[in-house]
Design a protein around this ligand. Structure first.
Ligand SMILES: [Fe+2]
Length: 453
């Protein structure tokens, strides 16, 4: 599938039809959440009693509120509403779905029913070619965003606690924080506009009622979670809804299934790496898109799938039309086991070989199965598969090796430059690993050109 096809939004030209995509979802988020609130009888009662007052409790636009008050479903849909959600307004007033469908076509309930009994509406005369307002060229503008670097780090909660309680100068912690100093100073000159931060949720936002394998944050803001000790005294994060929606659009069409999360608290898996890289700050210096991977309940995704997903994410970022410098971070690990008789397992040889392989030959590393991670790096060492997502987003991984249109090997970008590498044992129960890989501008450019072919 070529990237121009992937970015195709020709479905917008089907007459009288609005597809509910990530962009529409973003536009209509509060409108649809308002509709959803009508699932509860007490809310329906309050809404019926005073529609305006009930609507004013929601951060919707005035246009959206007016469209609801007018029960103008076409307008609601144009403003981001989705018909399954909007139908709850009709249900509140005892209206049938046929009444609602008819209302959008200018027919009475009876006339609409008769049309359906007569066989329904024909697609003849209702195809793209019949739309006088169709746009003949919907090819996407050229991509201008780039993946400038990838950063890898353990996200041990005790490292965050050491910062929060002013213990970073204690002998136990000093070497750990010294290992992140070079990155902190490098980041001051290389602050990205956006970080896509790959981490796992630790029974915080997701309990066992819902277990998404890959979840991307498409919302505007995420608060810091209370994991039982009270929330960490660090700022919440601001997302980048437009870039996140673009990544969803591209990556799902590249056959990866993502769960979209608009609201969730973020736990130490996400906040500790930010603290390690940026220190004590009142506000993070850039937008952060959370990307959560299930590594809590088996089956967890394979390394191979994570690397391929990272490649798709890298291609998606490079096809984003705005000039953004994006870093992709992979977090978790290194070797550690938090359960049972093997608790405390540490394997420095395997960890360091993992770092070597991640830098030089991620495709082969991605072939390692779960059993190797568990046996060699401990049951929680499986978090390391997430590092392959960040590695896949780098320029040298941009081309699908099986794609005939890939550039010849001579044109392939070189592996990224190692800016910093650090390894230390222990932080609490865990081996700490940290790596910074940077793409040269030439690499990034070659990758972009490759994506356009
Ligand atoms: Fe973790």
């Amino acid at each position: 599938m070529s990237s121009s096809m992937m970015r195709d939004k020709r479905y917008r030209d089907v007459p009288g039809t609005t597809l509910f995509d990530a962009e529409q979802s973003r536009r209509g988020y509060h409108l649809n959440q308002f509709c959803m609130s009508l699932m509860r009888p007490e809310n329906r009662e309050r809404f019926v009693a005073d529609q305006r007052a009930y609507l004013d409790e929601w951060p919707m636009t005035e246009e959206q509120k007016q469209a609801v008050l007018d029960f103008d479903l076409n307008r609601c849909i144009a403003l981001g509403g989705n018909i399954y959600f909007l139908s709850k307004i009709g249900a509140t007033f005892g209206k049938s779905f046929q009444f609602m469908a008819g209302s959008m076509t200018g027919l009475s309930e009876a006339a609409y029913r008769d049309m359906m009994v007569a066989g329904g509406r024909s697609p003849d005369g209702n195809r793209i070619a019949d739309n006088p307002d169709r746009v003949d060229d919907r090819s996407a503008p050229p991509g201008r965003a780039s993946v400038t670097a990838s950063i890898y780090s353990s996200h041990v909660p005790a490292m965050g606690a050491a910062m929060d309680h002013g213990k970073t100068d204690e002998p136990y912690w000093r070497p750990v924080f010294a290992g992140y100093e070079p990155t902190r100073s490098w980041l001051r000159d290389n602050t990205p506009d956006v970080i896509l931060l790959v981490y796992n949720d630790h029974a915080t936002a997701f309990d066992l009622s819902l277990i998404p394998t890959f979840a991307i944050g498409t919302g505007a803001h995420y608060p810091v979670a209370d994991e039982g000790y009270g929330p960490r005294p660090v700022p919440g994060i601001d997302g980048h809804p437009a870039l996140a929606a673009h990544i969803v659009q591209e990556v799902v069409q590249d056959d990866f299934d993502l769960t979209l999360v608009n609201e969730m608290p973020v736990d130490h898996g996400l906040t500790v790496p930010l603290s390690m890289m940026f220190g004590d700050v009142a506000q993070w210096p850039c937008a952060v898109i959370p990307f959560a991977v299930n590594v809590v309940q088996y089956p967890v995704p394979s390394g191979r799938r994570c690397l391929e997903l990272g490649r798709a994410i890298g291609r998606a970022i490079r096809s984003y039309p705005e000039d953004l410098r994006v870093q992709v971070w992979g977090t978790g690990g290194m070797s550690h086991q938090l359960q049972g008789r093997r608790a405390g397992l540490i394997n420095p040889e395997w960890d360091n070989a993992f770092l070597d392989r991640l830098i030089a030959d991620p495709a082969r590393l991605a072939e390692s199965d779960h059993l190797e991670y568990i046996e060699e790096a401990g049951s929680e060492g499986i978090e390391l598969v997430m590092w392959l997502i960040a590695r896949g987003a780098m320029a040298d991984q941009a081309s699908d090796q099986s794609d005939a249109a890939s550039p010849a090997p001579a044109q392939m970008p070189a592996p990224p430059r190692v800016i910093h590498r650090f390894y230390h044992v222990p932080a609490s129960n865990t081996a700490v690993g940290h790596l910074v890989l940077q793409d040269t501008p030439t690499n990034a450019e070659t990758a972009s050109n490759g994506a356009d072919q």
